[in-house]
Design a protein. Structure first.
Length: 358
């Protein structure tokens, strides 16, 4: 039985971009074992994936807290427990999809015959195979999901013939979340209603389109299509959600109090989802939810949503993709995205869906 360990520690959306690699491995080795390592805060990304045999959780926050408090004994005990669990299996392939220091150290700690990483990571000098294709944030021309598959080809784990003709993401929601969302919609009297969602949030401010423009798009969807609007964000992002709702003329529903699985199950039931580049964008693509995705300074070729039922909006500017987001003082990439442009994209997606309906 072929045993494979994949390592992608963060973030939620980037981990989802590794699911085509999981699927390709499972097709090539149907009786094989696939284990995966992520930071513990991103456990929900793969916790219910049917093809992941074991999900190892690297407790980064706990380790940092032990160091900050000078609890060196607890630090080493926590790290030793993680490494001991990781080393219970001897893998045929250990593949570092992340190419950062912590992922490389994880690969070195694991037991494996063939270890694969990228030559941009210095520690990969100790690996069996070093890939060299461009994975740069701003310079890569290959989609991140495709580059994850390329790692498997370079490792000899897959051949080019094993690669999927169409790359698709996967995300699994636990059954209890289905029932909880059924109850949630029933309590709000939303069963059978036309539901559309907006996600004005993202992991970084520079990936966020303005809240007032999101509000205008939400009002357009409510008034033009008679949709009930749900606004998405995490509990920590509730201030952003509230800003959008305060700017709207029409009522909307704040979903930021929902659990991650409840929110993602709800996204799977939307007729349309308008979102910044974010984890929910990739979840929507994985669940087949029609979407309109707004891209600011990011590399669209590397991170665009993998979907047949959606539109991506980005500007063709000479500074894109942004080479140094931390120093950029311009918001041209988002300022030039108009409300009218996004509303037109929403209408186009909805009209194309209507044309496909019997």
């Amino acid at each position: 039985m072929t045993k494979i360990l994949l390592i992608r520690l963060s973030s939620f959306g980037d981990i989802l971009l590794a699911t085509p690699a999981i699927r390709a491995i499972k097709i090539r080795y149907p009786e094989g074992l696939i284990d995966f390592v992520v930071y513990d805060r991103f456990a929900a990304s793969l916790a219910f994936h049917p093809d992941v045999s074991r999900l190892f959780l690297l407790p980064k926050k706990k380790l940092k807290e032990h160091l900050a408090r000078r609890e060196f004994g607890l630090f080493w005990a926590t790290l030793r427990t993680f490494i001991s669990e990781l080393r219970t299996t001897h893998y045929d392939f250990v593949i570092d999809l992340h190419s950062v220091t912590e992922s490389a150290l994880t690969a070195l700690a694991a037991r494996g015959r063939t270890k694969v990483g990228h030559n941009k990571q210095l520690l990969s000098l100790f690996f069996s195979i070093r890939s060299s294709f461009d994975v740069g944030f701003a310079t890569a021309t290959m989609h991140a999901a495709e580059s994850n598959l390329q790692f498997l080809v370079d490792a000899g784990c897959l051949t080019p013939a094993d690669l999927p003709k169409k790359t698709r993401l996967e995300f699994s929601v636990p059954e209890i979340a289905h029932r909880e969302v059924d109850d949630y919609l029933a309590r709000l009297g939303l069963e059978g209603k036309l539901l559309m969602g907006i996600n004005p949030c993202a992991s970084y401010d520079f990936k966020r389109w303005s809240t007032d423009r999101f509000a205008a798009v939400a009002d357009f969807l409510a008034e033009t299509f008679g949709a009930t609007i749900l606004v998405f964000g995490t509990p920590a992002e509730q201030p952003v959600v509230c800003q959008v709702m305060a700017a709207m003329k029409n009522p909307a529903i704040d979903t930021s109090h929902l659990s991650v699985y409840q929110a993602f199950e709800l996204i799977g039931r939307l007729r349309l989802f308008v979102t910044n580049d974010s984890a929910p964008m990739h979840v929507a693509a994985a669940l087949g939810t029609p979407l309109v995705a707004l891209h600011g300074p990011i590399n669209v070729k590397k991170f665009s949503p993998l979907t047949d039922v959606g539109r991506g909006i980005s500007k063709d500017l000479p500074c894109l993709p942004c080479k140094d987001i931390a120093l950029c003082t311009s918001r041209l990439c988002f300022d030039q995205v108009s409300v009218e442009e996004v509303c037109l994209a929403c209408s186009d997606v909805l009209n194309s869906l209507a044309a496909l309906s019997p």
